[in-house]
Ligand binder design. Sequence first.
Ligand code: RIB
Length: 304
Amino acid sequence: MKHILVVGSINMDVVLEVPHIPAVGETVLSKAQSLVGGGKGANQAITAARLGAKVSMIGRVGADTYGQQLLESLKSSGVNVQGVEVDGQAPSGVAYICVSPDGENSIVVNSGANGRVDVAQIDRHKELFDQVDYCLLQMEIPLETVEYVLKLCRAKGVKAILNPAPAHQVAPELLEGLYILVPNESELKVLCGTSGRELEKMAWNLREQGVENVIVTLGGEGCLAVLGNKAEYYPAQKFPVVDTTGAGDSFVGGLTVGLAEGMDFPTAIRFASFVAGLTVSKAGAQTSFPDRATVDHYFGGDHR
Ligand code: RIB
């Protein structure tokens, strides 16, 4: 079985149900508050593990109650947490998420321990890079660490998949040899340093900079995939929208599992679209990721 490593963030999500996303200078009253496990790294790891993949994670939580709960959530989903360290000096990361009645959200993250996932921690768990086939990364840990991991993946022949969220420009040499880049539309613009609207042009530009495959997620509109020398749009799988939190993460997790199981790109994208669609049909991040049987029910059987 192929092995997936996730290097990334682990947050406790404080979810606030609001009548609408507050505008600048506006105060709104929340109808309800709940605590749900989140963090883009942990979300991708848990999605992949629930879909049946072998998954390990490198990340960091605080020595606090949230940290214990978040570690438990990873473990109970089947993620190997040998690379997750408990930090005595910083609290667990917390994300404050406003969710509107139509399922849209806005998120503010206080990084806490995630900001201390450093190069030395990666080195302490370097042996994992000899055991894995794919490495998933996002941008909620220090950029320096992301860059170091990408270089390590290249040296070890591990296929690196970067979800550049939250948006950040990265050094051009890091794009060279990246197996897949999965930005959303606004992240794509930041990466390309443009406010242009020509998605295909921007995606091709990243391909020309050395990224092997670019998949731009477009929410309810599906995604644009520039795979090798071909650009194609794929539809989203429609489910009733309750909360879009974590849908991008579950798409990335699902895509990686599909590819790890030997699906070709169009099939893996279709598989990931069902995973993301099912995610938006439930509230919260880690509370909403589907298990394999549910995905296979819609996707059309187990393709393993
Ligand atoms: O992508 C959704 C995630 O972003 C949330 O779970 C939150 O923790 C933030 O990291």
